[in-house]
Ligand binder design. Structure first.
Ligand code: 5GP
Length: 190
């Protein structure tokens, strides 16, 4: 996606050889037109996957997941990281280690929002070690639903997440793939 690459070149900043900061347009301040293009492209790539629902984790996955759901014409559900008084009834939960916060937390969705047999598309802003995606896949499987695929905005292909998700047999589509962040420079894989 050329527009996304351009935004990364112009407004992204490399924090270390492992971490790219994109808070000017993706996960703090959000560019609505870019998000619309991201949603349209992920929806196009998974148009044949029979998606019933899009699932992500709060907070940074919500914007791309919502726009993907809008373009697919299905609901979007996000797993909560914080316990909430309104998160009641039966829950599906998973332990997820956060790459950026370096803490493990429990993420949860209310069981009534995930039905057995549903085909669920996972969407997230980044793919690093694949922990978030695997936690969401576990929640989907607890519901007796199926993972329709995994849509990622920025894949850091030099980290192990992609290989691991491929090994587990999931269909992964990433809009941009990074070969390296070494030397403070973003290098794209293709
Ligand atoms: P994973 O679970 O694949 O190890 O990491 C994915 C999650 O960590 C994403 O939900 C994303 O919020 C966060 N993340 C991973 N790498 C980066 C990064 O380089 N930059 C930012 N801003 N977030 C990242």
């Amino acid at each position: 996606m050329e527009l996304l690459k351009q935004k990364i070149r112009e407004q992204g900043s490399v924090l270390s050889a492992q971490v790219l900061k994109v808070d000017a347009f993706l996960n703090h301040q959000v560019d609505p037109l870019l998000m619309d293009e991201i949603g349209a492209e992920l929806a196009r790539r998974f148009a044949d996957a029979g998606v019933d629902k899009v699932l992500t984790i709060e907070a940074s996955g919500i914007a791309p997941a919502l726009m993907t759901a809008l373009h697919l014409g299905v609901p979007m559900l996000f797993a909560r990281k914080q316990q909430s008084l309104t998160l009641t009834g039966e829950l599906f939960t998973a332990r997820v280690y956060s790459f950026t916060k370096q803490v493990e937390s429990t993420v949860a969705v209310a069981a009534r929002h995930l039905g057995a047999g549903e085909r669920v598309l996972i969407v997230d802003d980044f793919l690093a070690h694949g922990q978030a995606a695997q936690g969401l896949a576990s929640i989907i499987e607890q519901a007796g639903a199926r993972v329709a695929g995994i849509g990622i905005v920025i894949e850091k292909s030099f980290q192990p997440g992609r290989t691991e998700l491929d090994r587990l047999g999931y269909r992964v589509e990433s809009l941009v793939r990074l070969a390296s962040l070494e030397g403070g420079t973003v290098r794209f894989l293709d």
